[in-house]
Design a protein around this ligand. Sequence first.
Ligand code: 5GP
Length: 192
Amino acid sequence: MKPKRGLLVVISGPSGVGKDTIIQRLLALDSNLRKTVSFTTRRPRHGEREGLDYLYVNAKELKTKILEGQVLEHATYDGNIYATSAAQVEEARAAGYDTILKIDVQGAEQVRRSSPDALLIFIAPPTFDALAQRQKKRQSDSTQEMAQRLKIAELEMARSREFDHVVVNDDVDRAVAEVLAIIQRAREGQTK
Ligand code: 5GP
């Protein structure tokens, strides 16, 4: 029997808010979830792995994929291009997996237009100061890059109302439970 098509779940929110940790926990807790691996032209950070964190490509290659319609959405963030493989999403959803995209707000807007049934979740920090502290702890970004990312974060926070749900990451266990409950309700077809 053909599996029921999986949901499309967008997880967005400012850099450093804890999206990766939340997604890792979700994937460990729920075997029906999958996450796509995006293309990026950004250089790998220390500890990142090709094919697991991102598919690292150059700008020319990625622009070609965009022109050929191989991506579901794409955005330029802090000077680098990021994009979601349309094939990855289609394969996972067709196989019945609820598929998570970890993308920025520009990408989320594109997904909302092309896939109105997508579930859009924004992860917000408890305060802006908390976000700045978390970014500092990450230490993988230069001071200049951090300042730029905080500026982008402010713009992103202002757009959180465009999402179906806003989950505050004040406590990671609580935030994960809230996101899982949202996904569960969508699975049951109760709400978006
Ligand atoms: P980072 O460089 O910190 O890994 O990611 C920077 C921003 O790009 C984050 O907000 C992240 O969610 C977003 N991002 C990662 N992959 C994609 C993607 O495929 N598309 C879009 N639009 N944004 C992405």
